[in-house]
Ligand binder design. Structure first.
Ligand code: ZN
Length: 147
């Protein structure tokens, strides 16, 4: 498998299972033949060129922005996240797909402005669970902060 990320697995599956079916090389062909993806031009980030037929966007880039949003949702204060939701809903009322994309971009801009905060949060040690199944009744001291 070329990459350990979830999208790496997706790309691997695409290459393995769609190779036999021969991916269409244009968006119009893909839509006509009922494919959800097609093999277009490599994107500006140098990805393989597997794109969604629905909107022509690079599958890897879209997955990357979604992963960024997941990180931002963990780090950002709740009032900021609420603001993103409000802005995205205002920009695309009743269209949750487009609202989600707007939310991703808002999150990305926020992350750029708060890079230092994100670095410190991500660098902080995660609690490590050390207790076994027999200790479920006694979870005192089950989390270690130093590991
Ligand atoms: Zn890309």
């Amino acid at each position: 498998m070329p990459s350990r990320t979830r999208n790496g697995k997706f790309q691997y599956l695409v290459k393995t299972y769609y190779a036999a079916a021969e991916l269409p090389t244009s968006r119009a062909d893909a839509l006509q033949a009922g494919f959800s993806i097609f093999l277009g031009k490599p994107c500006h980030s140098g990805h393989t060129g597997i794109r969604y037929a629905q909107n022509g966007q690079c599958t890897e880039c879209l997955n990357h922005t979604e992963r960024q949003l997941q990180v931002a949702l963990k780090v950002a204060p709740p009032e900021v996240v609420a603001l993103w939701d409000e802005c995205a809903e205002k920009a695309h009322p009743g269209n949750s797909y487009k609202a989600r994309i707007t939310k991703r971009y808002l999150a990305r801009h926020w992350m750029r402005a708060n890079a230092e905060l994100i670095r410190t949060v991500l660098a902080a040690p995660k609690p490590v669970y050390t207790a076994g199944p027999e200790d479920f009744d006694n979870l005192e001291g089950a989390y270690r902060e130093d590991a």
